[in-house]
Design a protein around this ligand. Structure first.
Ligand SMILES: Cc1cc2nc3c(=O)[nH]c(=O)nc-3n(C[C@H](O)[C@H](O)[C@H](O)COP(=O)(O)OP(=O)(O)OC[C@H]3O[C@@H](n4cnc5c(N)ncnc54)[C@H](O)[C@@H]3O)c2cc1C
Length: 386
């Protein structure tokens, strides 16, 4: 019997645990620093008033059918490759035959003054609950004529949120009788165009759509400071009391704390070999690995490979090398409209929005199987009162 310790119950970790479920001669311990799974692609929807239950899932429920997987709530703080042990913050030590780290990235505000105190992050369900509460509080007690809502970062998350936020704000304003409340949504980006990692065609299509929805786009604009009522940028000051930060990710600090063990490359990712191993018998997959593409789909592909590699090793079969694939990206901008890009080809409009619906189902299915996925997926358009 081989003991596989998976650290991180996100896309890569849960996918791997599911791929190894009920396999003979393998027992799995999955360690996560909480009992919830963050389904990040649905966080923008939760921030726009849709059911939080489609973004925050129970890991235990996702692994109900995995008899050989033991879920441990805990935070890994240290690894000893010589003794093949991982230490948790609680003081517990886990021995492993193979260890797999899928612990993702961490949020950073890049030390921009005031942003941490006054801005709202949207990388965790808790941050989103705080944001929603703030939006309600601001419209509940004041008859506001108008307000500026500022989203910083025009990557996929910022664009998705910009497209969805207006409807939510109008709904809240109506709820509290603020019928004349004028909503100004600003999308602020440091690069010279939105979706800077996509092709220009994709970027232009999304910009055109957002402008049609009334979103004000500020590119080549770097945020310098935030106060309670203003956002300071290199292009001037914006009056606002709602700033949502969607930019900024950095390497998980576990690797920085263990940099005597792991090699970190110039992109601040953990170097892995062609079998996604950072050290002998220790794999690093998902967002913290040098084999990442920064997407959930990349984390899933990494996990699929490691599952096969582990099974080959336990069956003493020859091992293979990891092959990267070209991802498809589909970015919704408001209801029934999205822009999709694959291999340099862009399509946009209603059909792309249906593609995203399908991609969401596949995404849920990858981490919880088809039946559970259907339960969640059929509720992704449900609104919440709060
Ligand atoms: C807001 C947002 C929207 C996104 N939208 C999309 C999208 O639409 N499409 C797409 O493809 N990708 C999207 N992504 C990216 C995608 O979510 C990531 O690529 C994916 O989650 C990476 O998977 P992972 O397994 O590496 O890490 P994660 O899924 O982040 O999982 C890491 C897990 O490890 C846990 N952990 C961290 N440190 C420790 C520790 N020391 N000990 C124990 N547990 C630990 C974390 O709590 C977490 O549960 C989005 C990301 C964000 C933040």
């Amino acid at each position: 019997m081989k003991h596989v310790v998976i650290v991180g119950g996100g896309f890569s970790g849960v996918r791997l645990a599911r791929k190894l479920r009920n396999k003979r001669d393998i027992e799995v311990t999955l360690v996560n620093d909480g009992l919830d799974f963050k389904y990040c692609p649905a966080l923008y929807r939760a921030a726009a008033g849709y059911k939080m239950g489609t973004a925050r899932l129970s890991i235990e429920w996702m692994l109900l059918d995995a008899g050989n997987v033991d879920l441990v709530e805990g935070k890994a703080v240290d690894i000893n490759p010589a003794k093949k042990t991982i230490s948790l913050e609680s003081g517990e030590t886990l021995g492993y035959d193979y260890a797999v780290f899928g612990i993702g990235s961490e949020n950073t505000f890049f030390n921009i003054e005031g942003l941490h105190e006054h801005g709202f992050g949207m990388k965790t369900p808790n941050e989103i609950i705080q944001l929603r509460q703030h939006l309600h509080d601001k419209l509940k007690n004041h008859d506001r004529e108008q307000a500026n809502y500022v989203i910083i970062g025009a990557g996929p998350t910022g664009v998705e949120l910009a497209g969805a936020l207006g409807d939510y704000l109008r709904r809240i304003a109506r709820k509290y009788g603020n019928h004349h409340h004028k909503i100004n949504i600003w999308l602020v980006e440091a690069a010279d165009r939105i979706l800077p990692r996509s092709t220009e065609k994709t970027s232009n299509a999304a910009a055109k759509r957002l402008m049609k929805l009334g979103i004000k786009i500020l590119t080549s604009t770097k945020v310098e400071k935030e106060t309670l009522s203003e956002l300071h940028t290199n292009n001037g000051i914006l009056k606002t009391d709602t700033v949502i930060w969607t930019a900024g990710a950095k390497l998980n600090s576990f690797f920085e704390d263990n940099d005597d063990v792991f090699d970190i490359n110039e992109r601040h990712l953990v170097k892995v070999n062609k079998r996604l191993e950072a050290l002998e018998n220790v794999y690093v997959i998902g967002d913290s690995s040098s084999a990442t593409n920064g997407l959930a789909l990349g984390a899933i592909w990494n996990a699929n490979f490691v599952a096969k590699d582990l099974l080959r090793r336990t069956k003493k079969k020859p091992r293979k090398a990891y092959k990267d694939h070209k991802p498809i990206s589909v970015i919704p901008c408001g209801k029934n409209w999205a822009v999709a890009e694959y291999s340099g080809i862009t399509i946009s409009g209603y059909i792309a929005s249906r593609l995203r619906k399908i991609a969401d189902f596949v995404g849920y299915m990858d981490i919880m199987g088809p039946l559970r996925a259907l339960t969640i997926w059929t509720n992704t358009d449900q609104l919440e009162d709060k």
